[in-house]
Design a binder for this molecule. Structure first.
Ligand code: ADP
Length: 426
């Protein structure tokens, strides 16, 4: 199986013609990431971040803006998200491209939790903002900043449509047996306790991209997507439809991540509350921010982890093994669920860049038809096949492009188009 050259691939977006650009915003609790995207060509026209929003004292906010290959960095007071967006918009006018010339067609907001309500992108109105805010109890660490970002953006960019694109939306198609926790059904229903899944935009994009680069229909492929960034999640996708994913009611469940524990016996929480006197908030911080690779090794960046391992650090070596062990378990579980695995796709910061992780996850799986070719795995580049020719399952690296996927979903939502597999994931 070979990759279809870019020039030979149909571009479903040529139909979008002159749709200008989409400004994609990702509002975190203390940061704002933005990217101005051409939804047709797919390129990022400009991008930036505002970090350390609302941090007082001696530390100031940091604004970076990249346009036409030049990166500008400023240190400024950024008391709140309104000021963060004002500064970002100012960077466009000062450094480029000028907003008046950018032809912004829509603003796309990445929203972490859409609960059971949102199974696709929606054009934002007051009611939608209220509904996203009502989901704050399910995502107290994420949705408040998302709501804040939408509010200030609608004030400052009032004359273009705003669209909310949810991290959970793709996984609303999960079957009940995959999203249901085996706990008392009354309590679960009353408090919306179930699995929702996250990183959905990326999983959907990558599963679709795999089909496009292979020149196959997404409906004909069974794919395991491994999104390994600082947050990490796996999904099993049958014919473009998810059958399971590793994150749960919140992004805490599943794989070992940069700072999150992933799967853990819930009784650990009771134990630490009873015996270590830890409060709910302390436990939340422990499992979300002080665990995972950081908790095990002291670092959460895989480049630093590799350095530690090379220097003979035993904790770092164990952290790597724990990370890979969990991942391999998920690959096996998802292979069993899918019955036949056509593709395993690695994506995001670790998945795209760390050849050692990819090799370790697939090591010893030859009997399952899964293997990685050392030379192909070591090569760099865009989307590529790294398995040997004899392997039944293609192992691939497919760079995720979440901002582009969000931009395209925005265009579909504003145009009232039915998202199609080819279009949403092209
Ligand atoms: P997120 O969007 O979740 O913040 P990314 O997908 O950008 O995360 O991934 C960030 C992580 O990717 C870093 O913390 C680091 O561990 C890893 N990473 C980035 N570049 C490399 C690289 N060249 N080699 C190994 N790991 C890398």
């Amino acid at each position: 199986m070979s990759i279809v050259p870019e020039s030979d691939r149909p571009n479903p977006y040529s139909a979008y013609g002159a749709h200008g650009s989409v400004l994609v915003l990702n509002s975190g609790s203390s940061s704002l990431k933005y990217q101005l995207v051409n939804p047709v060509g797919g390129e990022a026209i400009a991008a930036g971040t505002v970090e350390r929003i609302g941090e007082s004292g001696s530390s100031t906010g940091i604004v970076t803006h990249t346009f036409a290959g030049n990166r500008t960095r400023r240190e400024l007071e950024v008391p709140d998200h309104g000021e963060a967006l004002r500064l970002a918009l100012g960077m466009f006018d000062e450094i480029g491209p000028r907003l008046a010339d950018a032809g912004i067609y829509a603003v796309g907001h990445r929203v972490v939790h859409g609960g059971a309500e949102f199974s696709g992108p929606v054009v934002v109105d007051d009611d939608v903002v209220d509904r996203i805010e009502a989901l704050v109890p399910l995502a107290p660490l994420h949705n408040p900043a998302n709501v804040q970002g939408i509010r200030v953006a609608r004030e400052l960019l009032g004359d273009v449509p705003h669209v909310a694109v949810f991290d959970t939306a793709f996984f609303q198609a999960l079957p009940a047996e995959a999203y249901t926790y085996a706990i008392d059904r009354e309590i679960a229903r009353e408090h919306d306790v179930r699995r929702y899944g996250f990183h959905g935009t990326s999983h959907q994009y990558v599963a679709g991209k795999v089909a496009r680069v292979l020149g196959r229909r997404v409906q004909d492929l069974n794919t395991i997507v491994l999104h390994l960034g600082n947050g990490a999640s796996a999904s099993a996708v049958r014919g473009g439809v998810p059958v399971d994913t590793s994150m749960g009611m919140t992004p805490l469940e599943g794989l070992v991540m940069g700072t999150r524990s992933g799967d853990i016996d819930p009784a650990v929480v009771f134990h630490l509350a009873r015996n270590a006197g830890m409060s709910i908030d302390e436990l939340d911080t422990l499992l979300n921010k002080r665990s995972g690779m950081l908790g095990l090794s002291g670092v959460n960046d895989f480049r630093e982890l590799r350095q530690l391992i090379d220097d003979g650090d035993d904790d770092a070596a164990l952290a790597f093994d724990v990370y890979v062990h969990r991942l391999t378990k998920y690959v096996g579980a998802y292979a069993a669920l899918l019955g036949r695995v056509d593709v395993i796709a690695f994506t995001a910061g670790v998945g795209e860049n760390d050849a050692a992780v990819r090799a370790a996850v697939c090591a010893g799986l030859e009997n399952f038809g899964i293997a990685v070719d050392a030379d192909r795995n070591a090569a760099r580049g865009g989307e590529r096949i790294i398995s040997p020719d004899w392997a039944k399952t293609l192992v691939m690296v497919v760079p995720t492009m979440e901002e582009l996927a969000i931009a395209r979903q925005c265009v579909e939502a504003v145009d009232g188009r039915e998202p199609t597999a080819a279009v949403t994931t092209g």
